[in-house]
Design a protein around this ligand. Structure first.
Ligand SMILES: Cc1ncc(COP(=O)(O)O)c(C=O)c1O
Length: 459
């Protein structure tokens, strides 16, 4: 069937219906179906700081920040002004035959902000691309093929990054992936030691706090021990701070909490200021020179867009804003306040299994459905329907934007822009209190989801 007729005419362009019709026909029909199933089908038309507005004039507060992109807040005026200025300057970009000054400056700033050893930056346009650079660098530097990562990890969706994850639902269709990749339980140093000795991998990839995996922080001392184990086994430690970096956890980098010097540290997401894609693999000189030195290999981590001028300007100005507004300290203070209130909520709502996190990287895990429900409701539905219903009602009735963790759908993730205020946090907690009063058990939300999706009723 030609679905052109379903697309509203140009006079209606700009409405959410026309956007969805175009997506259904030309972009990703199943994604739109998913958005609409739980009333997430909004067309946001304006954003500033923590606030969003949709095409019907309704306002929202963002407690998701594009999954950790908008640490400095949406459309930060300084960033917008700086990018406008950069565009107006007429300077060239993406010549790819020069060594742009802004890229050198951004690499210098990232070195100052992370660890003195991390003195080489390979820029990229996405987090997954930075992961690919790290895989290549580690293999070339160690002359070993194997890779080690953690169960529950998320490192992106390119084939190399997927090889580190090995979740059949997400990887099966795209295989065979890189051979020689294995996983160890997150936080288990004995398992890491055993796998390092057996597999002799090129690198161990780890997130200081697993985001998609359910906002799970590594136990204290884990990264430091991992560093020791990797060094002893001749394998590189790659710390993925793509989501945890740049203030999110209450420090510039979550690695700051542990005495660890990664061989490679990955940054992305928030470095963009939410406006121009930019990521980087920061590495020590030894790794760099083994992987990319020499006239042939010095192009080995290049990419056409990677050190583009607007990306570098966005990165530099984002770092200025983060430091001048002291957003890591703000995340620590607001996050502590938030966590206290969520813990109080957990004491009053038995449907909350646990709350956890650090800084403004928080998660609320809900109880799974039990009893007869666990026999008749499929596992995926038991795990994620409660979270989806809560997120949907928070959005619809309270204008609050959150989502479940991708690889741990029973966990509602809370990661607002770091400029969130106490009043906004209190508003969120009060709204969640009210929503949970309406859905006191996993079963009540599953029944509501059934009404909504099968019977086409209301939540
Ligand atoms: C820890 C981590 N690593 C890597 C990635 C992949 O980044 P990107 O989506 O920019 O490719 C993500 C994205 O969510 C992430 O959270």
């Amino acid at each position: 069937m030609n679905s052109a007729a379903a697309i509203p005419p140009p006079s209606a362009a700009g409405t959410r219906q026309s956007a969805h019709a175009l997506w259904r026909r030309f972009v990703n029909p199943d994604y739109v179906k998913l958005l609409e199933a739980f009333d997430f089908g909004r067309r946001f038309t304006w954003a500033q700081g923590t606030r969003l507005r949709d095409d019907e004039g309704r306002e929202y507060t963002d407690f998701l920040a594009g999954y950790g992109v908008h640490n400095v807040g949406h459309n930060h005026p300084r960033l917008v002004a700086r990018l406008r200025e950069a565009l107006a300057s007429g300077e060239p970009s993406m010549l790819n035959v020069d060594a742009p000054l802004a890229a050198g400056r951004l690499a210098e700033r990232l070195n100052a902000l992370t660890h003195p050893d991390l003195c080489r930056a390979a820029f990229a346009s996405s987090g997954a691309e930075a992961v690919e650079i790290a895989i290549k660098a580690a293999r070339a530097a160690t002359r070993r093929p194997g890779l080690l990562a953690c169960a529950g990890a998320y490192h992106g969706l390119t084939t190399g990054a997927l090889a580190l994850q090995q979740e059949p639902a997400h990887t099966r269709a795209f295989g065979p992936l890189l051979p020689g990749a294995e996983q160890v339980p997150f936080g288990d140093t004995a398992a890491l030691e055993e796998a390092c000795a057996r597999l002799q991998p090129a690198a161990f990839f780890v997130e200081p706090v697993q985001g998609e995996g359910g906002i799970r922080a590594a136990p204290p001392g884990y990264l430091e021990a991992a560093g020791r184990i990797c060094r002893a086994g001749g394998c590189l430690l790659v710390v993925d701070e793509i989501q945890t970096g740049l203030g999110r956890t209450g420090a510039d980098f979550a690695t700051d909490f542990d005495r660890v010097a990664p061989d490679i540290l990955l940054v992305g997401k928030a470095l963009s200021g939410g406006l121009v894609p930019v990521a980087a693999a920061l590495m020590n000189a030894r790794t760099w020179s083994r992987a990319f030195s020499g006239p042939e290999r010095c192009h080995g981590c290049a990419s056409t867009f990677a050190a583009g001028r607007l990306a570098m300007v966005a990165g530099l100005e984002t770092l200025n804003v983060l430091q001048e507004e002291d957003l890591a300290a703000r995340a620590r203070a607001q996050g502590g306040w938030f966590l206290d209130r969520l813990q109080d909520l957990a004491r009053r709502h038995p449907v909350i299994r646990s709350v956890r996190g650090c800084g403004l990287f928080l998660g609320i895990e809900f109880q799974p459905a039990s009893g007869w429900l666990s026999k008749v409701v499929p596992r995926w539905a038991r795990q994620q329907l409660f979270t989806q219903v809560v997120a949907a009602v928070l959005l619809r009735d309270h204008g609050l934007l959150t989502q479940a963790c991708g690889r741990a759908p029973a966990v509602l993730r809370i990661e607002p822009p770091l400029v969130i205020t106490r009043a906004e946090i209190d508003g969120f907690v009060a709204a969640l209190d009210q929503v949970l009063a309406g859905y006191p058990s996993p079963g009540s939300a599953i029944a509501a989801a059934f009404r909504k999706t099968i019977l086409k009723g209301d939540l």
